[in-house]
Design a protein around this ligand. Structure first.
Ligand SMILES: C[C@H](N)C(=O)N[C@@H](CCC(=O)O)C(=O)O
Ligand SMILES: [Mg+2]
Length: 365
């Protein structure tokens, strides 16, 4: 099975409600979809989000990276040579991690199709059902409390509360949600870089003193502020998770050696796809550090790949934040992984199992 072409489409899916973090507000998924075509007629699917505020990727940069740098090097490649092909993707150009992720996901999908097995089985197997949290966007306190209660009623047992907008209000937001859900859900906080290190310690100590129990605090400080991240990790009881501060395996090694965070959030859009995500999971496992698997504003194409990875690496990926498809108004994918509120299950089909993507606007060269 040889690669004959890589085509790109644009997928737009409205969200149920606006997604609001300390970094941005977004109301529609607008992702590129990559289709890797082969001489056997098999097509591998990948997807990438243009999360410029986090990864630097834009639609234009991703399309250019794939067309100009990655595609010419992959045409004619044998799908069976997965390690060689992922190396080609990773070395085709610097950075551009989300563009690389889209192509890698499609190559892994094809690899599974080649051997007639669901991807997670080729990654080592596991229980093909996992449970995700759901994001509660940062907003007025009453709205966040109402959104949290509605999520609990929908069966979510873990809520990812977005904070990082205003330290005083953030403390009140979390106290109000904690009181409202009354132990019916675990609370994770994600400040998306919105606090300083000292503010983060102050907020967490205020919450800990008030008896608010939190599962973890994600990315309290600026991505580049690794010393600030360590300052927080050293001073609060709640485990601290690095998200925007870590993209690839070498950064993970540095972070773990410094003990700058307790947990690592792996996202395919940051790692450049599955090959580096697997490396990170293996490194973290060696050091006894837990990981979360996360996503950007993505549909069930790229999130499916993250689900297969989470299933295969469940001994180290102990936390799941793959709510992108649940935030979408509808699922544009026919086949693939099934996202049913908090429960995610893999169907027994080759690769990612995607048969068709509806509503795709193919991009002309
Ligand atoms: C969607 C997921 N729950 C999430 O919060 N992801 C990111 C932010 C993604 C974005 O801004 O597109 C995160 O910070 O963890
Ligand atoms: Mg985050």
């Amino acid at each position: 099975m040889k690669v004959t072409d890589i085509r790109i489409g644009m997928l737009r899916v409205p969200l149920k409600t606006p997604f609001k973090t300390a970094l941005r507000t977004v109301d529609t998924v607008e992702d590129i979809v990559v289709m890797v075509h082969t001489d056997s007629g098999h097509v591998g699917y990948g997807e990438a989000a243009a999360t410029a505020v986090i990864t630097g990727d834009t639609h234009g940069s991703m399309i250019e990276a794939i067309r100009k740098c990655i595609r010419p090097r992959l045409i004619g490649a044998d799908v069976a040579d997965l390690n060689r092909n992922t190396r080609i993707v990773q070395t085709a150009l610097e950075r551009n991690f989300s563009a690389k992720a889209a192509v890698e996901i499609a190559l892994y999908d094809l690899f599974g199709q080649l051997y007639g097995a669901p991807l997670y089985k080729l990654l080592g197997g596991g229980d093909p059902v996992i449970t995700t949290d759901i994001t509660i966007s940062v907003d007025y306190i009453d709205k966040m409390v109402a959104d949290s209660l509605s999520a609990v009623e929908r069966g979510f047992e873990s809520l990812k509360i977005k904070v990082g907008k205003d330290i005083g209000l953030d403390i009140e937001r979390v106290k109000a949600i904690y009181a409202a859900v009354e132990g019916r859900a675990l609370l994770r906080l994600d400040a998306n870089q919105g606090w300083s290190a000292k503010q983060a310690v102050y907020a967490m100590q205020a919450l800990e003193d008030a008896g608010v129990q939190l599962e973890l605090l994600e990315q309290p400080v600026k991505a580049q502020d690794i010393r600030g991240l360590k300052y927080v990790t050293d001073r609060v009881h709640t485990p601290v998770m690095a998200d925007e501060s870590v993209f690839g395996p070498t950064e993970v090694i540095d972070l773990i050696k410094m003990h700058a965070a307790d947990i690592i959030n792996i996202k395919l859009m940051k790692t450049g796809g599955l090959s580096n995500a697997i490396r990170i999971a293996d490194i973290a496992s060696l050091y006894g550090v837990e990981c979360m698997i996360g996503c950007m504003i993505e549909t069930s194409i790229s999130v499916a790949a993250a689900v297969h990875l989470a299933v295969a690496k469940s001994e180290v990926i102990t936390k799941v934040d793959l709510d992108g498809p649940s935030l979408c108004r509808y699922d544009p994918v026919d086949g693939g992984v099934i996202f049913n509120e908090s429960e995610i299950s893999i169907v027994d089909a080759p690769g990612l199992g995607i048969r068709e993507v509806r509503g795709l606007e193919m991009l002309e060269e």
